[in-house]
Each structure stands twice: as C-alpha cells, then as structure tokens.
Design a protein around this ligand. Structure first.
Ligand code: ZN
Length: 631
C-alpha cells in the first residue's frame, strides 16, 4: 500500500501537464474536504483550529482523534495513526490507495487518470462485490419465481411482509447443486472469483464446483457502502446446519460486520440507541415491528471493531437475546469491550425459550418497548441472574455466589458505581432481612479489595512489555520545526544528515524534505504526507499537529540540532562502552577503539559541564512544545 501511495504521489508530481486527459491524485486531494469526508464516519466537534472526535480505530471515551482542516490531515493521539484523507479511507474502509483515490475522485466529480494496465486490473474486492451482487439478484429471482412458492409460504408464516423481504433483499437458494454456479459462470464470472466469494466450493474429485447454499432462505449481508459482501442462509429442509454463512474473504470479515447496519444507522442516531440481536430473522422481524435501530451479530463473538461501529452512532446498546443461548453468554463476556468504550449496555430479558423474533410475534412491539424501558444494566442483570441461580440454596452454596460475584464487581471501573452494585447485591442476597445488608456489603467490599490487590501483585510480577519504539523528542521537534518554517528548515538541513535520525519514519520524512529542497519544490506537509509510507505519513501527521515550535530565535534550532547530535553520539558511546566491557575493544589499531576513547572524553566533559551547572536543563529547550510534543 505504501508503494502504491508513493508511486501515485510521484507520478502526479511529474506529469502536471497531462490533466486534460484525467485529473491527478493531487487534484483529487485539493478538491476534497477532509472534514466533510471524515464527518461521514466520525461525529466531529470544532475545537479551536482543529476538529475532534472519538477515534473510529480504537475504543475511547475522550476524543483524541484530531482533524486539521487547514493542513488537511488527521491524527489520533491514542493509537498514533494518522495521515491524509486517502489514508483515512484506506484504513476505515479497508481500501487500497487506488480505490480510495477513485472513490474520492468520483465524489468530487473528477475522472482519475490511470495507467492502462492499472485501469484494466480490478481489485479483488470489486470483483467479489460484483459476484455477490449477481448472486443476490439470482436468489431474489428464485424467490419470486415459480420455484419459490414454498419459500414464500414459509416467509409468510414467519410473519414477514413483502416490503420487508424486498428491503432486505431476501432470496432463495434453490435445492440444486450447480444452478447458481452455472448462472454466474455463464454471466461471465471466472470460476476463481466464484469460489473466492465462497458461493461455490470446488469439488474434491472430478473437477468443477458445487453451490454452497442449497435449499435455503438467503439473507444478503450488505456493508455501509451498500456492497453485498456475503450471505447468511437458513435451511428450508432438515439440514442439521440451520444457518450457514459465507466464509470470510477479502471483502467479508465477520468481526467487522453487523447485519443490517446500513438499514439501522439513521435510526440509531435519531433514537440514540441500538438494539443488538443474534439472528437474521430476529433482526428483520424487529425492523418490521418498528425497531429499525436493530443490528445482528453474525454468529461470532463481539469484537472491539463491532463496538466501535456502534459507538460511532450511539452510546446506548440494548442486547436482546434468548437468555439460554450461547450468544447470551458471549455477549456477557464481551461486556468489558462496551464498558471500555463508554457504551452503556442494557439487557432486554426475554422469557425463557423466546427469542426477539418469537417474542415480537407473540407479544407485539409495545411489549418489547416496555421491556426496553425496564431493561437493567448488564451488571445488574448478571447479579440478578446469579442470585436467581442460588435462590433457596443453603448458606454454604450461597457463599460460592459471593465468590462468583466478586470478579464481576471488582471489574466495575468507578468507585461510586461499584458501591451501588455492591449494595444492590447485598439487598438481593438478604431479601427481607434488611438488618444484614450492611454486614454483607462490608464483606463484599473486603473481598473486592483483596481481588484488587491480588491483581496488582500479578501486574507487578509480570515483566513489563517493551516500550513502543518512539522517535527521540529532539528528532520530532526538529522535523516539526522544519515543516512549520522554511528558514528553520534551511538552517537545519545545513547541519543535520539523514543518518542522524534514529527513527526510520523521521529519517524517511527528512529525506523527502531534502529531495524537495533539491528540486526547489515548496514543502507543505500535505504534499509530503501523500509521498510517504503509511507509518511515516502517520508520523508526519503527528508532527503537523504538534504545537508550533518557536523557531524565530536561532538559538532554538541550534539547541535542537545539538540535542539531536548529542543523543546520537551518546547512543554510540553506550554501544561502544558495552563492547569495551565485554573485552571486545582491546586493539588500539581498531578505529572503534579510538572512537570509544574520543567519545569517553566527550562524555566526561559533558558530565563535568553539568556538574558546574554550565549545561542547560533539557526542559529549558523543550519548553516550546508540550511534554511529549503535544498538549
Ligand atoms: Zn485512535
């Protein structure tokens, strides 16, 4: 991807005159407003010169995702990724650079100029989406056609209206082995594309392919770009596999997909809540009953990406499931993901044996709305379930309940919330014997404290993870100064060379700046970012978001240069000192031997200077920027 980004950026620089044929990537970038594009995915709020929002790439409660409309860059201080509008689309939609550029060109009403070979080559995702779309049409025709009578009767029996069937594109896979495969193949799709989509499976013997989905009601799975990315099929016969999903592909990743999300987003935002169910029928029936904010998981555990998908639209999620189901247990386990993201999860407790689909058909929408209104929080629901489980058992058995409750309670982040639930549990536990509540409460608190200190002990015992490699602050500040001020940049270029940088991303940025100076091209961060590998682009976006380093005084620049060079020789000194200590540096003819003693003298001199107070404290130099280069 980095190479693609780089080549496209370069070729557009070198062919400014050919825009009569089509526009360049730079044209697209200039005609695109980054705030407008990102706003489609993230709720942005203006904060001074920049816009801030909750990062779509990691779960967070306080916004650290920053968009700078002037520089046309974005950066997340939490996960330390960033770049320009292309990088954003590539990351959030999983696109290649070319796909992102195409998309933005179309959006701006431009036609992107492409190399002929490139124009011919369609990305794998495009092909998969087309195969899936053709299959969805085929399944729909099967349902409405003469062979679809039994399936139509079945859907009618399950209470689905014609309009719902159409809105969700529900179809029928006929009870045959090769009908879809032949249809697609005759329609011009290569066998490879059809098998990659998972719609057909190559035969183990004798060649050829057979259809994966047979005699099933088909639910197309559609992503937020309205592409058909996969299918879920419910058997109409007695196949032990009641539901079958498309296998994952370049287009379809279950951990990133929620069924019916495109149908539900608007309603989620309007109602300020989402309803999460387990099955296709649950979801479609909920929509039919007016719960248009409903989405379904695809039989996988919830991931932080699922949570992020929901978090972008609402901070309240109601989970509705059959209390006995495996999905219920999975959702309970995934609760910490929601909690970390600041999403309030409430549980719609349904009567035993009923799923949202059967509940709605038996009791109607009003009854479900009522249950929503009374839905307990996830923790409360879990505590009640525990109490119910141990109801009427002897004292000893009930003590085990406390043991089970402690991990739950100690996982609650805020002290106030924790105390609230401790009291709740004590009340459930004591029932009518109110006088005992405070005793149980205190016992619970004690257990929680013990669990916490045991947890801390474990943390201390486990070795610390290695620190993430981070550029030396001087390197970053120096580059930030270069990007902000041309004169400073010229002074810096005279005294620093690429080898002085230890962070490969900083070095890459510096090299690109040098190239531009050589070609006498004006350096702007925006144009620079388009030319960098994704990691270096993220670093450049970070630098661009740093507070302005005051470079007016020449002292600051030379201090930064000094600091960077000092950091460089100190690293080298440490390296050589280690070699010397292991007895490696004993030959006076070895250049490294002489270098070591030269650096040792320098080191001693620096230490001496510091001892008499002649050295400036590092804080005095870095005062211009915040502690770690940002505020
Ligand atoms: Zn982030």
């Amino acid at each position: 991807m980095g190479d693609a980004a780089r080549t496209s950026g370069r070729s557009s620089d070198s062919s400014p005159g050919s825009s009569s044929v089509g526009c360049t990537v730079d044209d697209v970038r200039e005609r695109t407003d980054i705030v407008e594009v990102i706003s489609q995915y993230v709720a942005l709020k203006r904060a001074g010169k920049t816009h801030k929002g909750l990062c779509p790439f990691h779960a967070e409660q306080a916004p650290s995702f920053t968009v700078d409309p002037h520089k046309q860059l974005w950066y997340c201080f939490g996960c330390q990724i960033g770049g320009n509008v292309f990088h954003f689309l590539m990351r959030i939609e999983g696109l290649t650079f070319n796909e992102a550029a195409e998309r933005l060109a179309r959006r701006a009403g431009l036609v992107l100029q492409r190399a002929p070979a490139q124009a011919q080559r369609q990305s794998e995702r495009d092909v998969l989406a087309k195969v899936n779309l053709a299959a969805a049409r085929f399944y729909r025709e099967q349902l409405t056609g003469p062979g679809g009578a039994a399936a139509r009767a079945y859907l009618c029996e399950r209470g689905l209206a014609q309009a719902t069937i159409q809105r969700f594109g529900i179809g029928l896979a006929p009870d045959e082995w090769e009908t879809l495969y032949r249809h697609l193949h005759e329609g011009g799709y290569a066998a490879e594309a059809i098998t990659k989509s998972g719609l057909a499976v190559p035969r183990a013997e004798g060649g050829g392919c057979y259809d994966r989905f047979r005699n099933r009601i088909m639910f197309p799975i559609i992503d937020i770009q309205r592409r058909v990315i996969g299918f879920g099929g419910r058997t109409l016969g007695d196949d032990p596999a009641k539901y079958v999903n498309s296998p994952e592909s370049a287009l379809f990743v279950k951990g990133r997909t929620l069924y019916a999300l495109p149908e539900a987003v608007r309603s989620m935002q309007e109602k300020g809540r989402a309803v999460l169910v387990e099955g296709y029928f649950d979801c479609v029936v909920a929509h039919e009953h007016g719960f248009t904010e409903t989405v379904a998981t695809l039989g996988t555990a919830l991931t932080s990406e699922h949570v992020a998908l929901l978090r972008r639209r609402t901070d309240r999620v109601y989970v509705a499931f059959d209390a006995d189901s495996a999905g219920a247990a999975a959702t309970v386990r995934s609760w910490p993901l929601f909690d970390d993201a600041g999403v309030e999860v409430r549980v719609i407790a349904l009567p035993r044996g009923l799923d949202p689909d059967s509940f709605l058909r038996e009791h109607g929408a009003e009854a479900l709305e009522e249950r929503l209104g009374q839905a307990p929080t996830m923790i409360d629901w879990q505590l009640r379930a525990l109490v119910a489980e141990y109801e009427g058992r002897d004292e000893e058995a009930r003590l085990r309940m406390i043991e089970e409750a402690v991990p739950l309670l100690s996982g609650i982040a805020g002290a106030v919330a924790r105390a609230h639930y401790v009291k709740r549990l004590a009340e459930y536990w004591c029932g009518p014997r109110i006088e005992r509540v405070s005793i149980i409460e205190e016992a619970l608190h004690q257990e929680i404290r013990r669990a916490h200190s045991a947890g801390r002990k474990r943390e201390q015992d486990s070795p610390l993870p290695p620190a993430a490699p981070s550029a030396d602050r001087a390197e970053r500040e120096l580059l930030a100064a270069m990007l902000q001020n041309r004169q400073a940049a010229e002074r810096i270029v005279e005294s620093v060379s690429p080898q002085d940088f230890t962070d490969p991303n900083c070095r890459e940025i510096f090299e690109r700046v040098l190239e531009r100076f050589d070609q006498d091209v004006t350096v702007t961060v925006e144009s620079l970012v388009a030319d960098l590998s994704p990691d270096a682009a993220a670093r450049a976006a970070e630098l661009a978001m740093m507070d302005t380093v005051d470079v007016e005084g020449s002292r600051v620049v030379s201090d930064l240069v000094d600091r960077m060079q000092e950091a460089g020789w100190r690293r080298r000194y440490e390296e050589l000192r280690k070699r010397q200590q292991t007895g490696e540096l004993l030959d006076p003819q070895d250049p490294a031997f002489r270098e070591y003693y030269e650096l040792r003298r320098r080191h001693a001199a620096a230490v001496g200077r510091r001892a008499v107070g002649d050295d400036r404290a590092p804080e005095a130099v870095t005062g211009a920027a915040g502690e770690d280069g940002r505020r």
